[in-house]
Design a protein around this ligand. Structure first.
Ligand code: 7RM
Length: 631
């Protein structure tokens, strides 16, 4: 399963295209299966219907935990670094993690959770978050982790969509100098969530919480009631492992579904090969477990490979902008995996924050979440990698389960801003608006995949038709990523960004429609339109054009803006707050009533000289007004 040279990469790639079933079957042999599969792959992209390792039985936690106990039971599985550097951290060996996962799995069972039930997890970045995730997997419950920055409304929407039976949370969370009241947010959410029977609350901040009799129980109390014996549930390769909600261009976030067998094989295979992980290395992925990057490259991928994975509770700038480098130095991190937005932000604090740290343990640097600009790439290379660590710019999505296009560290020749080449088993294709393949090199188009890989999403929870519509209907027979992409003369891929109405703000995916819906909930707002614009640190900023029933002026306008921000925070979460709000009296629409976002984007970008074709505009005067008031 290990690729060591570029020749081996090319041979593996060729084999994966010529005989994908044989290729993945060989890789899947490296895992522990209770029962082997009888057919490796069955698929079509029309329904869509994708199944890998059919008939195979396994439990992902036996692969992430049990199978490492004999040889490396005393090796650290998780190192936890708390928000406050003065607080003691925690190291859990594989034995200890195994023990805690089994115990918490028994707590879940005690609270009525059975195989197939959905469990919502809304927690800070503490070891118990990984423990809760793995405990669900142990007993065949489907976890739905909701990022700790989301609002009560967002939690409620996700709980109701998946009909979760249990919520696992904490009293509060520490993030930088802030204390965030998680349990009280869950309480607000649960007013509208009749499916929830139990809430399990971890003590973290000791902030006062209300504990509802018969519904709410303390994590620590429950643990006293259980043993450490918990045999893993036997799962079918295609049983659901988890749901993770992600934003699209329309409506509410979709519950992306991943299944046990294919996801495990893909997360582990990509972890090992992209980062060229070697036994005994320490891996530091700075993402939150609430996003797919945390699922695949903090929890499942590293643990399936027997790695030591760091969980960091805090933020890159607390107590100062040297925190990442403190952690690298303190734990002698080998692999660092972070986002361009973090790199750009840290660049701004100057080199003195870097220079007083020993970064010589670093072997590989990773980037994920958004396109990495050339300046950030070089800064990362020179000042963090000291010119001796390969950078892997990894392109992938919640829906893909793991990395699809990326260099293999130290093997693929890198090129700044390029995700370079597809991993074995990945078959990209560029198409034009009509779905016609754009062949050859030195071209660009919409990025699609023409063949399944084991980590591809299987459905969107409770709504298979939405999955078909969103990913498989735009270009029949292809999986459409929603990204635009360029293929250079060497066949290297460079992802240029979304071609749909999805924003990427600090590596977070946010639908413009979601933000508009939130803004429109504010009293007095008649209509709004949201677009992205280039932002030095966040990659993209959120620009909102808002029509109110009474046009606010001066101080009134400031108050209304403040209240709109509060509304968006309450409806979605602080990450979706617009950076700029411009009050307008109308929006540029076509005769058929469609908002011409292209024009709004141009104005938000500050480029008003050439707005392109405006002949279909219903009322050109609106554009002049918006241009005049642009922020
Ligand atoms: C892993 C993750 C997915 C979207 C994707 C892209 C963008 C992610 C890169 C990237 C350029 C990269 N999942 N994206 N990685 N763009 N280069 N290396 O981020 O579901 O949250 O977002 O993120 O637009 O479609 S995600």
């Amino acid at each position: 399963m290990r690729i060591r040279t570029f020749d081996e990469y090319q041979a593996a790639y060729q084999k994966s295209v010529e005989d994908p079933e044989e290729f993945w079957a060989e890789i899947a042999q490296n895992f522990h299966w209770r029962k082997p599969w009888t057919k490796t792959l069955q698929w079509n992209f029309t329904e869509p219907n994708v199944k890998w390792f059919i008939g195979g039985k396994l439990n992902i936690t036996e692969n992430c935990l049990d199978r490492h106990l004999a040889e490396q039971g005393d090796q650290p599985a998780i190192i936890w670094e708390p928000n406050d550097p003065a607080e003691a951290g925690v190291t859990l060996t594989y034995k200890m993690l195994f023990d805690q996962v089994c115990r918490f799995a028994n707590v879940l069972k005690r609270n009525g959770v059975q195989k197939g039930d959905r469990v919502c997890i809304y927690m800070p970045m503490v070891p118990e978050l990984a423990i809760a995730v793995l405990a669900c997997a142990r007993i065949g419950a489907i976890h739905s982790v909701v990022f700790g920055g989301f609002s009560a409304q967002s939690i409620a929407d996700r709980i109701n969509d998946a009909q979760c039976k249990v919520v696992v949370t904490a009293d509060g969370a520490y993030r930088g100098n802030k204390e965030i009241p998680l349990k009280s947010t869950v309480d607000d959410a649960l007013i509208g969530c009749p499916s929830v029977e139990k809430v399990i609350v971890l003590t973290r901040t000791r902030t006062p919480v209300s504990m509802l009799k018969g519904r709410d129980v303390w994590w620590e109390q429950e643990l006293k009631q259980v043993t450490a014996e918990c045999p893993a549930e036997e799962m079918d390769a295609e049983d659901m492992l988890f749901i993770l909600y992600t934003s699209g261009s329309t409506g509410k976030p979709k519950g992306v579904v991943h299944t046990c067998g294919g996801y495990m094989v893909y997360a582990a295979y990509t972890f090992q090969n992209v980062f060229q992980y070697e036994a005994g290395q320490t891996h530091f992925c700075t993402a939150d477990i609430g996003w797919i990057t945390g699922h695949s490259y903090i929890v499942y991928g590293p643990l399936a490979c027997g790695a030591t994975s760091i969980i960091f509770e805090g933020v890159p700038t607390y107590p100062d902008a040297g925190r990442f480098w403190d952690i690298v130095d303190k734990y002698k991190v080998d692999i660092l995996y972070t986002a361009p937005t973090a790199i750009r932000s840290l660049m701004g604090f100057g080199l003195e924050k870097v220079e007083n740290h020993d970064l010589s343990s670093l072997q590989v640097l990773g980037s994920v979440g958004e396109p990495i600009n050339e300046e950030a790439w070089h800064w990362y290379d020179e000042h963090i990698g000291k010119g001796r660590c390969p950078i892997v710019d990894t392109w992938w999505q919640t829906e893909t389960g793991g990395i699809l296009i990326s260099p293999l560290a130290g093997i693929t020749k890198t090129k700044p801003t390029y995700a370079t080449l597809p991993l074995p088993g990945v078959q990209p294709i560029l198409v034009d608006e009509n779905g016609k393949e754009i062949e050859g090199n030195g071209v660009s188009g919409n990025l699609c995949m023409k063949f399944p890989w084991p980590g591809i999403l299987r459905t969107t929870y409770g709504d298979h038709e939405r999955c078909r519509q969103t990913y498989f209907a735009t270009y029949p027979g292809l999986y459409f990523t929603g990204d635009g992409c360029l293929r250079d003369e060497d066949g290297y891929y460079r992802i240029t960004g979304r071609v749909d109405d999805v924003l990427n703000v600090s590596g977070h995916r946010i639908g413009t429609a979601e933000v508009e819906n939130a803004i429109n909930m504010h009293t007095g707002v008649v209509e709004s339109a949201v677009v992205g614009y280039p932002h030095d640190i966040k990659g993209q900023g959120i620009y909102a054009y808002v029509i109110t029933d009474q046009e606010p002026n001066g101080h009134d306008a400031d108050l209304t803006k403040r209240d709109i921000l509060a509304t968006v925070s309450r409806v979605i979460g602080p990450i979706a707050k617009p950076d700029k709000i411009q009050f307008v009296t109308g929006l540029p629409k076509t005769r058929s009533g469609k908002i011409m976002r292209r024009i709004l984007r141009k104005i938000a970008e500050g480029d008003t000289s050439n707005l392109g074709d405006t002949t279909t505009l219903l009322d050109p005067a609106v554009v002049e007004e918006i241009k005049a008031g642009a922020l």
